[in-house]
Design a protein around this ligand. Structure first.
Ligand code: PYC
Length: 310
């Protein structure tokens, strides 16, 4: 299997360019469900140790349904497929440019949650126009074990998020362990309280906000991804959910720029235009860099060929 690795604002992406499973035909959403139901060994073997680690997001290239799209893509981690993934979309655009498949300019990628547009600005800089993001609930309070009440908003940005405005901990790399513990507890509290997205969807991403370190930024975040990994980047779909909340609160006007910092200090420039269903169409601009091209080997005698699972 051939893969190309990159990182976007520190967050890794592994694009499978050859040797992935055949998911047959149908919509991207149907093929993503098939990937999750029938090929989790493949997903875990690509992203987990000993070939990877829990923070890697895989991107499986598949033929698009919409002929206007350069490619279809299904993002996945070791547990599930992701509807959309902002950092991996930036990483994919830079990877396709590295392969000579796309040139600077506007392109479309088809994902399980809809078509997204990417503007390849130079070899490393990409703007992603995401699907429509919206806030579902404002000010939901849950009782978090060992901590007390925590209030946040539930919003959709291509994945489901619970967004907490004032993080009680400083958002710095030294606090990644306690930030991870706190967000895992918040996610459990949401599950226990029955707080979900639309159609009982699991709120799998938890996002904490605090003041930025860089004076050019407006905010800093920490994002827990499905599983126990945190996002090294400011999280593209998390920024989309944030923009939906800012717009709903009247805190950011259409076309205005917001700089979102991640817990490691990397940044995205973000903004929105109004959506057609009352939400926002986010634009996320960031940089990715290719880090390796590799052939993954699956030796049938290797007891860990399907990844080391916790
Ligand atoms: O950038 O949307 C994102 C993302 C989701 C999970 C990790 N990164």
């Amino acid at each position: 299997m051939r893969v190309i690795d990159s990182h976007t604002a520190g967050e890794p992406t592994r694009v499978v360019i050859e040797g992935g499973p055949d998911l047959g035909t149908g919509s991207l959403a149907e093929r993503a469900r098939r990937l999750e139901a029938e090929h989790m060994d493949f997903c875990a073997s690509v992203v987990l140790e000993p070939r990877g680690h829990e923070a890697i997001i895989g991107a499986l290239l598949v033929p698009p349904v919409d002929p206007a799209c350069v490619t279809g893509v299904i993002y996945f981690n070791n547990l599930q497929n992701l509807g959309m993934c902002g950092h991996a979309t930036i990483g994919l655009a830079v990877t396709l440019a590295h392969m000579g498949t796309i040139e600077p300019g506007r392109h479309k990628f088809e994902t399980p949650v809809g078509v997204v547009e990417v503007d390849l600005l130079d070899a490393n800089t990409v703007s992603v126009v995401n699907i429509e993001a919206y806030r579902l609930h404002k000010d939901v309070t849950v009782e978090v074990a060992g901590h007390g009440p925590v209030t946040g908003d539930v919003a959709w940005g291509g994945n489901w998020f619970f967004l907490v405005k004032d993080c009680p901990l400083d958002l710095v790399p030294e606090n990644i362990r306690p930030l991870t513990d706190l967000t895992l507890r918040i996610r459990k509290a949401l599950e226990e309280a029955g707080v979900t997205g639309v159609d009982n969807a699991w709120i799998d991403h938890i996002e904490l906000f605090g003041p930025p370190k860089d004076p050019a930024a407006q905010s800093r975040n920490f994002v827990l991804c499905p599983g126990e990994a945190y996002d090294r980047s400011p999280c593209g779909t998390g920024c989309s959910a944030k923009l939906a909340c800012l717009a709903a609160d009247g805190a950011l006007a259409p076309g205005e720029e917001w700089v979102q910092e991640s817990v490691i200090g990397s940044t995205y420039r973000i903004g929105y235009r109004p959506g057609v269903s009352g939400g926002v169409i986010p634009t996320i601009t960031g940089q990715a860099f290719v880090t390796s091209e590799a052939t993954l080997i699956f030796d049938p005698a290797d007891p860990y060929r399907f990844g080391i699972r916790g």
